[in-house]
Design a protein around this ligand. Sequence first.
Ligand code: NCD
Length: 370
Amino acid sequence: MIFSKQFDKELLEHLGNVATMIRDIASTKDGYKFLISLLFHKRAMLYFTQASTRTFLSFMAALQILGISWSEIRDPSVSSEYKGESPLDSMRMFSSYCDIIIMRSKIPDFAECCAYLMNDLDDFNQRNVPIINGGAGADEHPTQALLDIYTIQREFAFVSKKDSSKWTLFDELRKKYPGLKRGLDGKVYGFCGDVGRGRTVRSLTNLLSQYDDMTFYFVSPDHPKLKLPANFKNELLDQGVDVKEYDDLNEIVDKVDMLYMTRIQHEHDSAEDKEFFKKLDYSKYYLSKDKVERMKDYAAILHPFPRDTRAKEIPAEIDNDPRAKYFAQARNGIWIRAALIAYLFDADGKIASHYQKHFSDYHDYNVEVL
Ligand code: NCD
């Protein structure tokens, strides 16, 4: 599982449903017992040699929920790579000790190389295991895109715990926004910040561009490394997405249905870039209470996190606004990663049967059935 493009709409809806079933099942003690019995005979390796908090911990939580035990390597200097072992040899060793490898590396193609190594081993009838890419260089972060999509599926279902036979959130919203429809199609998505160097934006837009009637607004400083790369823009246009670029968040804030904020990835700056940033008016790419007040009532504010608290692209005073979804988004990572692992090990069918037996109201993010 290396690229976001490996997921089609049908699979995204399926994984979203499995994630919600796992979430509901895990909320009871008996349900949790069922989940941890599913894959207790499997072992995982978490090989994270690039900084990570949320991806690492939420994968670990997902493994715990499915009863999978794990080993971890976070610092290659304490592994045999220090003695000159090649990372590919290490990877083959891991595949003999565990049943799945979840990895993050600063080398963009490394997860892909490992997946090809596993394919070659398969051709030679040698032991091999699935690889999940937990973030590859500046390239791809497909499981972040999964949790982003899952968050948007949940938000754009417009379902509330307060829904009753007399009042629903959706009907209430439709009074003010009569054209509002459920689901991801036909919405306006804003992406703001470092859209050139952030891997999460690339992976998420790859997935979103599969939906119909999509509009993407990109807001970034006018710098060749930070703005939308031309080849990436052309790909989106080829997919039929309506793409527009802006230099100030103010221009789009009242138009978007979802706003995906990102931090400026200063760790990739060259000396020249640092000069550029000295003169930059950052306020054009940052949220403020005033800007949030101009957003649609139902618009969702997402951020892959970490946010840069020195820079304040999202000031903490916004955190309790009902539109701020970034903490819920991070938590969604547990359930969707558990759903992905269950799917890879073919345990999703058992989860669905258990769910149908024990929970009456079946969730489906497929808009046709909503
Ligand atoms: C992101 C990443 O690592 O690409 N973080 C994450 O996994 N949620 C975003 C970032 O570092 O800016």
